[in-house]
Design a binder for this molecule. Structure first.
Ligand SMILES: Nc1ncnc2c1ncn2[C@@H]1O[C@H](COP(=O)(O)OP(=O)(O)OP(=O)(O)O)[C@@H](O)[C@H]1O
Length: 437
């Protein structure tokens, strides 16, 4: 390498590590060779885990893997692919990805993926089928499970008493829907304003106050106050205190347990006290699977009304997949999946497993497969005995090597630097161990 270029290396490295886009690069064998800070943020890794970065990178195979490998094989770029998914912290993420082959003097040396995080923008643009023209009321909400029925009862009480409400629940559990229903039940004439607290814009609260000025009766729903920087939380509290005596009804939401949020200094205690006159906890969908199928049938009936389709049911196999899956993105993820699956329907009366998107089939098939993060060791996580850990790691790595080489033992063995017989022996051992557990 020329000296000038070599001198620039630390700068290139710094720029890539601190870039505002997520960067993930793999070499010709499909092994991760670069995975920057923004990508870790997008995928929801904590800083304490970064100490194990080399380990993480060794095992880094995720939803970007398939596009990277596809590009590695074709040598052609795949541009502008939009993906919405729920990262390991359960945060909803939407990215737009460009994946390029990388050449060194015309020789392919790997592939690189650049991910732009457009989650905030998506929040503003997203208009699911649920939000069709009519106003949302408690009857729009699927609530078959015991816990959701309790939520509705408490929310109805809050609407009657017009007490400030704090909605607590993971992303996509229906907090906004409940807030809209409380608003509909509490006032027939007022207007609902939503303050999306996803930004750091210091003018956010002042602008809301200006918007409110011309509306005499109003409800303000402050979505995810835990995402607001602390100084803006004090500003919001000040405004809420002033306006709550002037025909303004306040509702707020947080994404996690408020007590933990206060302890980790993400939520101001005073703001919490203001909203917590009534706290309503929404369970994640994985803890109330009774709501899955009623939601699906409600969705299908809306689909028939809106698009004139004839879809009425799910096949047994598709239903089993829906009930088996944990839905980290809750009802929003389910709704997005149904948007995707039903967009392919023409004259089908039944949604079959074949019509479900490939990424979903893959996730339900690999429900018990290990993830890269399962290999990270950190405080608060129970440690495995060394032998068990190494066994898990070996099994994970060998299976990945086989996947990467399309199940070809000879090629996988060559990539792993071992003999074909040795790999076969180890794979047989893994199978036997799995059969015994
Ligand atoms: N119980 C439910 N019945 C019907 N639809 C629901 C229910 N819960 C959620 N949904 C649908 O799921 C989507 C996400 O819900 P919503 O926006 O209310 O979630 P949220 O908890 O506010 O999420 P976030 O914290 O990400 O803002 C909405 O489009 C809504 O239509």
């Amino acid at each position: 390498m020329k000296t000038v270029e070599k001198d620039l290396l630390p700068f290139y490295h710094f720029a890539a590590e601190h870039a505002a886009v997520g960067i993930h690069a793999i070499d010709l064998k499909g092994k991760t060779i670069f995975y920057n800070q923004k990508m870790r943020e997008i995928e929801g890794f904590d800083y304490e885990e970064l100490a194990d970065r080399s380990l993480l990178e060794l095992f880094r195979f995720d939803q970007h893997e398939s596009t990277l490998l596809q590009v590695l094989q074709s040598g052609k770029a795949v541009l502008n692919v939009k993906q919405t998914y729920w990262n390991r912290k359960g945060q909803e993420i939407t990215t737009i990805n460009d994946t390029h082959p990388v050449f060194d003097e015309k020789v392919l040396v790997g592939a690189i993926e650049l991910s732009r995080d457009v989650t905030k923008l998506e929040k503003v643009v997203y208009q699911p089928l649920k939000k069709y023209e009519e106003p949302i009321t408690f009857s729009s909400i699927t609530a078959i499970s015991e816990s959701m029925r309790k939520v509705i009862q408490t929310a109805e009480k809050a609407a009657t008493l017009k007490l400030p409400v704090l909605l607590v629940g993971e992303s996509g559990t229906g907090k906004e829907l409940i807030a809209e229903s409380i608003h509909s039940a509490s006032s027939s004439s007022g207007q609902l304003f939503t303050l999306y607290c996803h930004g750091t814009d210091s003018q956010l609260i002042d602008r809301l106050q200006e918007d409110l000025a011309d509306t005499p009766h109003r409800t303000v729903y402050c979505e995810r106050i835990d995402l607001l920087p602390l100084p803006l939380q004090s500003h919001l509290l000040q405004m809420a205190k002033e306006l709550s005596n002037q025909n303004t009804y306040f509702i707020a939401s947080v994404g996690e347990d408020p007590v933990e949020l206060i302890a980790s200094q993400k939520l101001s205690k005073e703001l919490y006290y203001f909203f917590s006159a009534m706290t309503i906890q929404l369970e994640p969908l994985r803890n109330r699977k009774e709501d899955v199928m009623p939601f699906v049938y409600d969705y299908l009936s809306r689909h028939r009304m809106k698009f004139g389709s004839v879809v009425r049911s799910l096949t047994k196999e598709a239903e089993e997949m829906f009930l088996k899956y944990d839905w980290p993105g809750n009802l929003k993820e389910l709704e997005l999946l149904l948007d995707e699956a039903t967009s392919l329907l023409t004259t089908e009366e039944s949604l079959t497993a074949e019509l479900l998107p490939q990424h979903f089939k893959w996730k339900t098939m690999n429900k018990h497969a290990l993830n890269p993060e399962d290999f990270i060791v950190h405080s608060g996580k129970e440690m495995l005995p060394l032998d068990d850990y190494l066994q898990e790691a070996e099994s994970y790595y060998l299976k990945k090597a086989m996947d990467l080489h399309g199940g070809n033992v000879t090629k996988a063995a060559a990539a792993l630097g071992m003999s074909r017989q040795n790999l076969q022996y180890r794979l047989r051992k893994i199978k036997k161990n799995e059969a015994q557990t």
